[in-house]
Structures are given as structure tokens and as C-alpha cells.
Design a protein around this ligand. Structure first.
Ligand SMILES: NC(=O)c1ccc[n+]([C@@H]2O[C@H](COP(=O)([O-])OP(=O)(O)OC[C@H]3O[C@@H](n4cnc5c(N)ncnc54)[C@H](O)[C@@H]3O)[C@@H](O)[C@H]2O)c1
Length: 143
């Protein structure tokens, strides 16, 4: 089973971020521009939250909040689950399933933000591993 670090080796270490003072509409525009469903919220260099497309639809749109006046800090999720790079794909999936979240910032031993993984990244990896195993089993059966 691959580690989170191995996924980042392929995906890269780029993390798109925002701040609590940013208007939610600008955060959503950033997500659309970067083709991602979440932004990590930083105050100076500390992680203070995560804002996702789901936060936007449920907390902003459904409550009829003004997208130009509401700040990220008012609607973000402040409890941020993180994962260490040496953890496995399966451990990442377990955290996401348990906490019902779809993104995990990756934090190294110095507490530095070194990447982010999404549920899509992990599912893609699980499918690739299963395809490899199926291929090996087929070869074994036909040999
Ligand atoms: N992740 C994939 O490899 C992938 C591939 C094809 C299609 N999709 C589809 O896209 C949709 C959502 O995918 P998802 O679950 O991967 O979520 P997502 O749209 O948030 O993530 C898309 C990609 O952007 C990255 N990403 C997300 N937030 C980021 C951030 N703040 N900074 C840097 N990178 C960030 C993710 O790690 C992932 O690689 C699903 O419908 C899925 O089927 C995903």
C-alpha cells in the first residue's frame, strides 16, 4: 500500500490557500480557477480552517448569505484533520470516512504544510492497486 508521500511525489506539493478575511465569492472563484474543491485557510502560516464547495453551498447559499460580504472565516470548518506523509492511503481513507471529509492537508514533523490530498486522489490510487492485483491474479491463473 502506497504512502501519502508517494502520492505527493506524483501530484506535487502545491497547496491552494486563502485567508479568513477573504470574501467567500473570491474563495469560490479561486477553487474554480484552480479546479479544486477546497482551500486551506491560513492566518500567517498557521492553518486555521478549511473551506470547501460543500461549506459554500450549505452554509452560504442555503442560508441566503451575501457572497460578497460573508468572509471565509465565518463559514469555514475550523477543526482541521491532517495527515502525516508516512501514513498509508488506507489510513488516509479511514480518516476521511470517519470524519466525513474529503480533503486532508499533509503536515510534516516540523508542522509544515507540505501538500494536500483529496478523496479522489486516494480512490484513484486504490483502483490502480486493485487493477495491478487483478492483472497479477489473471497472469497466475493463465500460467
Ligand atoms: N483526484 C483525482 O485524481 C480525480 C481525477 C479525475 C476526476 N476527479 C473528479 O473530481 C471530483 C472531485 O475530485 P476530488 O475528490 O479529487 O476533489 P477535488 O476536486 O478537490 O480535487 C481535485 C484535485 O485537486 C487537488 N486539490 C484539492 N484541493 C487542493 C488545494 N487546496 N491545493 C492543491 N491541490 C488541491 C486534489 O488533491 C486533487 O488532486 C470528483 O467528481 C472526482 O471523480 C478526480
Amino acid at each position: 500500500m502506497k504512502t501519502i508521500n508517494q502520492i505527493l511525489d506524483v501530484k506535487g506539493n502545491q497547496v491552494y490557500v486563502t485567508t479568513p478575511e477573504t470574501c467567500v465569492i473570491d474563495a469560490v472563484k479561486e477553487m474554480a480557477k484552480m479546479k479544486c474543491g477546497a482551500l486551506i485557510v491560513l492566518q500567517e502560516s498557521d492553518i486555521v480552517g478549511v473551506i470547501t464547495e460543500q461549506d459554500f453551498t450549505r452554509r452560504v447559499l442555503l442560508n441566503d448569505l451575501d457572497t460578497n460580504k460573508t468572509k471565509v472565516g465565518e463559514v469555514m470548518s475550523s477543526e482541521v484533520a491532517v495527515i502525516e506523509p508516512q501514513k498509508t492511503v488506507s489510513e488516509g481513507m479511514a480518516i476521511m470516512t470517519d470524519k466525513r471529509i474529503r480533503h486532508l492537508p499533509v503536515i510534516d514533523s516540523n508542522n509544515d504544510l507540505i501538500g494536500i490530498i483529496s478523496i479522489g486522489d486516494l480512490v484513484k490510487e486504490v483502483i490502480a492497486e486493485q487493477e495491478t492485483i487483478i492483472g497479477q491474479l489473471e497472469q497466475y491463473i493463465h500460467s
